[in-house]
Design a binder for this molecule. Structure first.
Ligand code: HEC
Ligand code: HEC
Length: 481
């Protein structure tokens, strides 16, 4: 663990010392502080120059149920594997979400639809990454923690190529319905391999695909036109239910302007032209309305409400300045926090959406055009996210480097190399996160090694000032929000 070393923490330390000295003088009867007594204390001073408020941009309105239907059945990724071939290799859906018609019995992470050549095809949907099982239930909008990008999917792609061409030949509607999908996989698959199951390369997929598209016509080019950096800097997947509070999208708050326009980026996988882009863009106002209708799952076990109340007071003095307040007096300040203050892994800020050739491409592209323009703005900061339903969203930090909230709030105790345990994986409802074991060296693709570039668990030491009882109280409170 890299220890933070900045004036701000020193300041808090001095403040804390001064105040505890004051208390001792006022109350000479009990000079030794009782560790079980919880005192919220004065508000933690945060240097305001390290915080920048993000302004809201106007958003379209939409119909949530239309949006849900489109997400579960639509052809926003409008090229894919012929249905017959898909069913011969992928027969056991994990969940089918009671879909009917073509999608009956299809795994929830894929949509089946008729291609423009009237062929039944299947392509991946948003639930590849934006749904996850917790407590034996599929939770829509919870980021996936087990999507596996640790192997190069080129081999699977080559096998599917052979299956499609040998079943149908190349000059056929089936092949034409599949071609764009296959081409997109060829340029992405070798370049998005992550170190750990659950680490997500979606941002890099977007940059790689942009490199093969003319920004204005969106037409495909076999040759890349941008020099996308080779490193794969992964992220966790944020929960969808927080989007409605946010004035920007993504961990680095790079996504500005119309959220529907930004969110349709997955379509760039197979998009044919701006006519199709416009059609999808119109439907995505409904998709955002659906995403904004989602609520976090309630904590499933009993909560000690007295302890939680003490935790709330501590949260207000130590955390609300960045994360806002919850419950009856809800507020969310939408703050970006300077990297020098938060000190979490810095590499995401410069990779993927932070790489200027890509943001220039985006801002000058079809996506940046009015009406409903979107844009990308780069800052050296991370957003302090809303913490609604945070008990359920482990692992923590933008790169998912910290397995549970207990260790997030006590930086010394964060494991350097760790692996989730149990099949199915075991959620720890007391530490709020994944049950894990530590390793001395990275054992396999399930191990999370925080020594790797982009995977560091440094920074966000704001919980270190809490003592054990205070930390317990804050954790109890976080179960309620
Ligand atoms: C391959 C995985 C993957 C797929 C597929 C995917 N996403 Fe995401 N999504 C991510 C990741 C990872 C992030 C966070 C990236 C970041 O913040 O840097 C994200 C972020 C988002 C956000 C912003 C959330 C926030 O709080 O800032 C929205 C909204 C979103 N995705 C919508 C969608 C929609 C709609 C689809 C389907 C059309 C989709 N995503 C498909 C992985 C994926
Ligand atoms: C100075 C602003 C600031 C303060 C104070 C602060 N945080 Fe944070 N918090 C952040 C930022 C910024 C992030 C995102 C960092 C990243 O992902 O790299 C974050 C992330 C988190 C996360 C992880 C969320 C996720 O889904 O990964 C949790 C949980 C959290 N903070 C809880 C707390 C608690 C509890 C306190 C009080 C003890 C606190 N924070 C104090 C700025 C702050």
């Amino acid at each position: 663990m890299k220890k933070p070393n900045n004036i701000f923490l020193l300041l808090i330390g001095i403040l804390a010392l001064t105040f505890s000295n004051c208390r001792e003088v006022e109350d000479p009867i009990d000079p030794t502080p009782d560790p079980t007594i919880i005192e919220p204390g004065p508000p933690v001073i945060i240097p305001t120059e390290a915080l920048t408020a993000i302004e809201a941009s106007s958003q379209r309105t939409g119909d949530p149920s239309e949006g849900e239907h489109y997400l579960l059945n639509g052809d926003f990724v409008d090229s894919g594997i012929p249905l017959d071939i898909f069913l011969s290799t992928f027969t056991n859906p994990e969940y089918d979400l009671d879909r009917t018609g073509l999608n009956e019995g299809i795994d929830h992470r894929f949509n089946a639809f008729y291609s423009e050549y009237a062929v039944k095809v299947v392509s991946p949907n948003c639930f590849q990454c934006h749904s996850s099982e917790l407590n034996g239930e599929l939770i829509i909008g919870l980021g996936s923690t087990d999507a596996d990008f640790t192997f190069d999917q080129s081999t699977a792609n080559n096998i599917t190529d052979i299956l499609v061409t040998s079943a149908y030949g190349t000059n056929t509607p089936e092949y034409k319905s599949y071609e764009a999908f296959s081409k997109a996989l060829k340029v992405t698959a070798p370049n998005i391999v992550t170190e750990t199951v659950g680490s997500n390369p979606a941002d890099k997929i977007a940059a790689l695909l942009a490199a093969h598209r003319d920004p204005v016509s969106l037409e495909w080019s076999d040759e890349p036109m941008l020099n996308v950096p080779t490193e794969v800097i992964p992220t966790d997947v944020p929960p969808w239910w927080n989007l409605k509070k946010k004035n920007s999208m993504f961990y680095t708050s790079v996504g500005r302007g119309d959220f529907a326009r930004i969110s349709m980026a997955s379509s760039v996988l197979t998009l044919k032209d701006t006519i199709k882009a416009r059609e999808i863009d119109n439907k995505f106002a409904d998709v955002i309305a659906y995403i904004n209708s989602l609520e976090p799952p309630p904590y499933p076990n009993p909560i000690d409400m007295n302890l939680a109340k003490e935790g709330e007071d501590l949260f207000i003095t130590h955390c609300s300045g960045c994360h806002g307040t919850y419950g009856e007096n809800e507020s969310y300040p939408n703050l970006m926090v300077d990297l020098d203050l938060v000190q979490t892994d810095s590499l995401l800020i410069y990779a993927n959406f932070g790489f200027s050739e890509f943001t220039d491409w985006y801002n000058n592209s079809w996506f940046g055009q009015e009406p409903n323009a979107a844009r990308l703005e780069r800052y050296r900061a991370y957003i302090a996210p809303p913490l609604d339903g945070v008990w359920a969203t482990a692992p923590y930090l933008h790169n998912g480097s910290v397995p549970d909230i207990r260790s997030l709030l006590d930086s010394e105790s964060r494991p350097a190399i760790w692996k989730k345990i149990g099949i199915p994986r075991i959620y720890n409802y007391e530490n709020l996160g994944w049950s894990y074991e530590t390793e001395s060296v990275k054992f396999n693709r399930h191990s999370y090694d925080t020594n790797l570039p982009g995977y560091s668990n440094s920074g966000h030491t704001f919980g270190d000032q809490l003592n054990e009882s205070e930390r317990n109280a804050v954790i109890e409170y976080l179960k309620t929000i």
